[in-house]
Design a binder for this molecule. Structure first.
Ligand SMILES: [Zn+2]
Length: 423
């Protein structure tokens, strides 16, 4: 596909130039209403804030992989072999949580999928629970057509694309999700993510055509991703899924945080390097003859991972980058300042009670009118205005993520004592 890809870049750049942009990368970045250099600098600055957390996670995970596989497969120093991280792109390390789980704190004592199955919940019931999350924040229930027209489970009679997505077909209230839901924890969280798109889409449906969209490309994903952090033991008790007696005590916090960090934190450098690779390809600073080298270099530089076998320009590794969820970095990092006091209160109490999705907490506190007013602005206002309305800050900032994971960072630093971190 390398040749096809090269041709696609030419065609896309021609289109972008016709629209008045230097190249496709510049066109994408224009969605943020900033000078391209300022935008890149903002991303680099935010990444710089979060990098120490990633490095600590990298160092700890590498040591655990070394214990499991030995020096010949995973040395104690240098980059991590990407194929040991349990994910095709090494951007979600959740699948190897059992390798890194801390003794005693690793097992949180329940599995959402098992709880759902034990209660006899089916996929439709799971979506109803997700809807309940949003109506509890003050949003109106989903329309009847949602239930008639959504694809909630995989149809038996035809091939479909199972990658989960959310749609507003008529830009008004023909909301739908498309999933192949199974009764398990991942899909339970994904439902909450996808419905976040639907509720946001409907909230701004009265705007003129050109303003139908998130305040920036990151906002839509931010909503879903922070909702994922709301699926806490406390929430599971509220929806009568988890017996209050089974809520993990504070001794399990490190396990819970480590699991979330393994799933989410590697995604930050990953999305950033994917964007950087594409920008280089589109603006020509990465020539077609160096596609793969540029990719391997970025992977090493940002993530400290290395391919398990030598690569050359006969390969085209970036070609396997899936669904372009670009700008997810912005999404994840628009985690707002006001989250910090809420979160540290929670952490002092020693329990994972409250979601980090502070924008939803704020909506909840502000009441429905405010929630719909903020979400309803769509693209009308510049995104820093929207960010401020949601969160009280105009700047994208990584400090809330650091605050959220602070107890884990302290714990990781202790584990990493005496190790040579970095790569
Ligand atoms: Zn999404």
């Amino acid at each position: 596909m390398r040749q096809d890809y090269t041709r696609m870049v030419e065609i896309a750049n021609t289109g972008a130039k016709e629209l008045g942009f230097k190249d496709v990368g510049a066109m994408w970045r224009a969605g943020y209403d900033m000078q391209p250099d300022a935008f890149t600098a903002m991303l680099d600055r935010t990444w710089g804030q979060v990098k120490p957390l990633y490095n600590a996670l990298h160092c700890y995970t590498r040591a655990k992989l070394n214990e499991k596989y030995g020096d010949a497969v995973q040395p104690k120093t240098g980059p991590i072999r990407a194929d040991l991280l349990g994910n095709m792109w090494a951007q979600d390390w959740g699948a190897i949580y059992d390798v890194v789980a801390p003794q005693g704190a690793g097992d949180i004592g329940y599995d959402i999928g098992e709880l759902l199955k034990a209660r006899g919940d089916d996929p439709v019931k799971m979506v109803k629970i997700g809807e309940g999350f949003y109506t509890s924040l003050g949003f109106s229930p989903l329309p009847e057509t949602f239930w008639q027209r959504s694809q909630i489970t995989k149809p038996a009679d035809r091939e479909v694309i199972c990658h989960a997505s959310a749609w507003n077909v008529d830009n008004k209230d023909d909301l739908r999700i498309k999933m192949c839901t199974k009764v398990n924890a991942t899909d339970f969280v994904t439902i909450h993510h996808e419905l976040g798109h639907n509720f946001y889409q409907r909230a701004y449906n009265k705007q003129p055509y050109f303003y139908l969209g998130g305040a920036n490309d990151g906002f839509h994903e931010a909503i879903g991703d922070f909702i994922a952090l709301s699926v806490t033991p406390d929430y599971l008790v509220k929806i009568d899924l988890l017996d209050p007696a089974k809520v993990p005590d504070a001794s399990k916090d490190i396990g819970l945080l480590l699991r979330q960090a393994m799933e989410k934190v590697p995604g930050l450098p990953w999305t950033l390097l994917v964007d950087k690779w594409r920008w280089g390809v589109f603006d020509g600073s990465t020539p077609t003859t160096a596609y793969n080298k540029a990719w391997t270099d970025l992977r090493l530089n940002y993530m400290g991972v290395t391919p398990p076998a030598p690569r050359s320009e006969a390969d085209f590794d970036p070609g396997q980058v899936p669904h372009p969820r670009q700008h997810a970095l912005c999404a994840l990092l628009s985690c707002p300042h006001p989250a910090v006091p809420i979160l540290s209160g929670r952490l002092q109490a020693g329990r994972l009670e409250r979601p980090a999705a502070s924008l939803f907490l704020l909506w909840q506190q502000a009441g429905r009118r405010e929630a719909e007013r903020h979400a309803g602005a769509g693209r009308v206002k510049p995104w820093p205005d929207a960010l401020e309305a949601f969160t009280g800050t105009r700047e994208m900032d990584g400090s809330a993520i650091l605050a959220y994971f602070a107890p884990l960072k302290t714990w990781l630093d202790k584990q990493n004592k005496g190790r040579q971190c970095g790569w």
